[in-house]
Design a protein around this ligand. Structure first.
Ligand SMILES: *[C@@H]1O[C@H](CO)[C@@H](O)[C@H](O)[C@H]1NC(C)=O
Ligand SMILES: *[C@@H]1O[C@H](CO)[C@@H](O)[C@H](O)[C@H]1NC(C)=O
Ligand SMILES: *[C@@H]1O[C@H](CO)[C@@H](O)[C@H](O)[C@H]1NC(C)=O
Length: 380
């Protein structure tokens, strides 16, 4: 029996309009060129609007049409857009932006930055642009890929994050001041993703710079999380990095945890590291056993395995992609179909605020009607 989804009414006004008139209605093949042009047009709409209205701030505020700093003061949207410019083949704009960043980017600033966001967006954005640049036809300096302006900026940004890892457990604080290090009195509570989402960037940085410190820090944090799993094999949502005690004990695949699992798999592939893949596959067993109901994934209590939050949220949408990466196509298709059904019916995935936790990321989602219904659905 399929279970019903309860959609809060407030969500309806946030829904994206469904796209009508695209090629590829029933029975005919979709036209990739049409979608390619559509994606390009969407990118340039957002990119040019940012440049016109929000630069040099981090992000555009689309309602007031001005800029503001969100995750630091890095002109973050420019960094986020760098690799996309290369993928779209816009080398001249890419080179212009690299020069702008070289002249303006300064990490010696009194800013309280999210360690997680600075890594994935700034360090990751700079590194992927650096690595893609040659293939995209950008002239690179001698010694590339072990030298180059973007790599130097990425390394500088990453060094600013290292003080966050100076904890008794090796698991990082969530916030660091780029000038002064960790603030006195900083909360020691970090979400799981905020601890386990470094290996891809940090291992890349270590191999390009020859300094092993980044990869070592990322690996220690991953090991501590692994050792902190419950005896039924699950990790919770937030942990105290000083004591190693779980503070939020909801186990699931969505907000607060998501990219930890993603980085175990991507790290295993990137580094050809069997240990990382073994960790993921062990988690995967427990996730499937305790959190999966009819190919939906709910939140459960990490020690007991009982459902604690029966919600589906947009940040879980990466899961079928991750299943595909490990070759689990069958299950990926089932979960994808569930999520796609929500998308088709409502025009988007739910981003309602649920149990918010102090990580800078919101728990968002659709509530499943009743846990009992979900359980009985599984037994059908
Ligand atoms: C590259 O991007 C800039 C800024 O949006 C734009 O003016 C230019 O036309 C683009 N060039 C190409 C080749 O798309
Ligand atoms: C950073 O956080 C600390 C501790 O909460 C606070 O005292 C300080 O004013 C903040 N600095 C900035 C630039 O926001
Ligand atoms: C699955 O859950 C049951 C309890 O519901 C437990 O006995 C069993 O060991 C679990 N198996 C795995 C692989 O986690």
């Amino acid at each position: 029996m399929p279970f019903r989804l309860l959609v809060p009414l407030g969500l309806l006004c946030l829904l994206l309009p469904l796209h009508h008139g695209a090629p590829g209605p029933e029975g005919t093949a979709p036209d990739p060129a049409h979608y390619r042009e559509r994606v390009k047009a969407m990118f340039y709409h957002a990119y040019n609007s940012y440049l016109e209205n929000a630069f040099p701030y981090d992000e555009l505020r689309p309602l007031t049409c001005d800029g503001h700093d969100t995750w630091g003061s890095f002109s973050l949207t420019l960094i986020d857009a760098l690799d996309t410019l290369l993928i779209l083949g816009n080398v001249s704009e890419f080179q212009r932006v690299v020069e702008v960043l070289q002249d303006n980017l300064d990490f010696d600033i009194d800013v309280n930055a999210s360690v997680f966001e600075t890594n994935i967006r700034v360090v990751g954005g700079l590194l992927s642009a650096h690595l893609l640049s040659k293939k995209a036809g950008v002239e690179v300096e001698a010694g590339w890929p072990c030298s180059g302006p973007l790599l130097r900026m990425a390394e500088e940004a990453a060094r600013k994050l290292l003080p966050a890892f100076q904890t008794p457990t090796g698991m990082p604080y969530g916030t660091v001041n780029l000038l002064h290090g960790v603030n006195p009195g900083e909360t020691p509570v970090t979400c799981t993703a905020g601890i386990g989402t470094f290996i891809v960037e940090f291992a890349t940085l270590s191999s390009l710079t020859g300094d092993s410190v980044f990869e070592e820090k990322a690996r220690v944090a991953l090991m501590r999380l692994w050792e902190s799993r419950s005896d039924i094999g699950l990790v919770g949502n937030h942990i105290d990095v000083l004591t190693g005690k779980w503070v939020a004990q909801d186990a699931g695949i969505g907000a607060g945890v998501d990219s930890y699992f993603e980085y175990l798999v991507k790290g295993a592939i990137l580094l050809q590291d069997k240990k990382l893949m073994t960790m993921f596959l062990e988690y995967n067993k427990a996730i499937r056993n305790y959190t999966r109901f009819d190919d939906w994934y709910l939140w459960v209590q990490m020690y007991k395995g009982t459902v604690s939050m029966p919600v589906f949220q947009s940040l879980e949408a990466y899961w079928p992609g991750l299943q595909s990466l490990i070759g689990d196509i069958d299950n990926a298709m089932k979960t994808f179909l569930n999520y796609y059904t929500v998308w088709k019916q409502f025009g988007g995935l739910p981003e309602t605020k649920g149990r918010a936790v102090g990580s800078g990321r919101l728990d968002e989602g659709i509530l499943f009607s009743q846990t009992e219904q979900v359980k009985s659905a599984e037994n059908d």
